[in-house]
Design a protein around this ligand. Structure first.
Ligand SMILES: [Fe+2]
Length: 369
């Protein structure tokens, strides 16, 4: 028994961003454009603000790991500006911050009350148009907002059906300027979504199909964009891989790799994709015995003979793109392993196809120290 739903309208292709004025006008003329501090100076953001017309204002204070307090600040601006629509342009952080703010704006804050097993959000929310500038998170088609609460020292997803953007506007040209390390980190996040959606205990046939195609696309196009970042056809392939990866995990949900990414990114300030990449090959090896023929089919999608070979392929990409491959490289000491193990037991761990105990996880982490 399974169901498949995907409420977000998807507009994909080189130049797709040019349709923003007509799409935004469906919802109203007063808008808030959300982006992060690193992107706000770039011409693509000025062009987007311009395309939204006189009724648009900008919010550019989103951090790389968005905090609950930034969601509160954006929600306040959405209310004070009388926004009819929110437009988020950027990586997962801008999109995630906007998703939560579109609900909090109409339901009242603070966001901290809803985050991390808090009060349930209600149905009211503002429409969101999501424009990704990285090929990785798939956030443009998921109802998940990963937020940081430094007061509670927690980085965790906040999820609600109303967080689905109304429209995902995916233009691969916007990813052309991404540096090599960001391209590798976000590309491996897309791969992690495909693999985790596939091996999640809640896997289902439509998401399986999307996942295998995303794996194929990543291994065909990621080496090409790492070689030549201006290869637009390969960038388009990675944007499609990220989209399909997002669609592949949003129902089955992620598993051990993402559970382990939370302490690695909140305590050691790793970008989300880099934190996922840290254990992705490790769990390909660990989960292989629990996957049987399904593991072989997943590996074959990437043109590998086995899950072990798939893991080697991931390790090769990490080593060749300057991403960390050992925990010591990001400052972890042996004495800190117990606390990382404790922080890794997010509920997503229960989706993993092979059971993991704290003792097993400590041993796995020790193996990559
Ligand atoms: Fe992710």
């Amino acid at each position: 028994m399974w169901t498949y739903t995907q409420p977000t309208e998807i507009s994909f292709g080189v130049g797709a961003r040019k349709s923003l004025p007509e799409i935004a006008a469906r919802f109203g003329s007063r808008s808030v454009l959300v982006t992060d501090c690193a992107l706000c100076e770039l011409p693509m953001v000025a062009e987007t603000l311009n395309a939204l017309g006189d009724g648009a204002v900008m919010f550019s204070n989103v951090e790389p790991n968005p905090q609950v307090t930034s969601v509160d600040a954006l929600a306040e601006l959405l209310v004070s500006h009388g926004a009819e629509v929110c437009v988020a342009i950027g990586g997962g952080s801008s999109l995630d911050c906007a998703k939560a703010a579109c609900s909090v704006a109409l339901q009242g804050g603070p966001t901290r009350e809803y985050h991390s097993e808090g009060v349930a959000l209600g149905p009211e929310h503002l429409p969101l148009i999501a424009i990704p500038t990285t090929a990785g998170t798939g956030s443009e088609v998921t109802p998940i907002s990963v937020l940081d609460d430094p007061l509670k020292n927690i980085k965790a997803p906040l999820t609600h059906p109303n967080f689905f953007p109304k429209v995902a506007l995916i233009d691969p040209e916007l990813t052309l300027t991404k540096p090599r390390t960001v391209t590798a980190s976000t590309g491996l996040d897309a791969l992690a979504h495909a693999i985790e959606g596939y091996w999640s205990k809640n896997h289902q046939p439509i998401c399986d199909t999307l996942a295998k195609e995303a794996v194929r696309l990543v291994f065909e196009h990621l080496p090409r964009v790492l070689e030549d970042g201006s290869d637009l056809a390969a960038r388009e392939g990675m944007s499609l891989a990220a989209l399909l990866g997002g669609l592949a995990f949003q129902l089955p949900k992620n598993a051990a790799v993402h559970a382990c990414s939370f302490p690695l990114s909140s305590d050691y300030h790793l970008a989300h994709g880099t934190a996922c990449a840290m254990t992705l090959d490790l769990f390909c090896r660990y989960n292989a015995p629990a996957m049987g023929e399904r593991g072989g089919a997943l590996a074959a999608a990437g043109r590998f003979k086995s899950m072990e070979a798939l893991a080697d392929g991931i390790a090769h990409i990490k080593a060749n793109s300057g991403l960390p491959t050992r925990l010591r490289e990001i400052g972890v000491t042996e004495a800190e392993l117990d606390s990382i193990v404790e922080g890794s037991f997010h509920p997503l761990m229960n989706n993993n196809p092979r059971p993991i105990t704290p003792e097993v996880l400590r041993e796995l982490y020790a193996g990559i120290l």
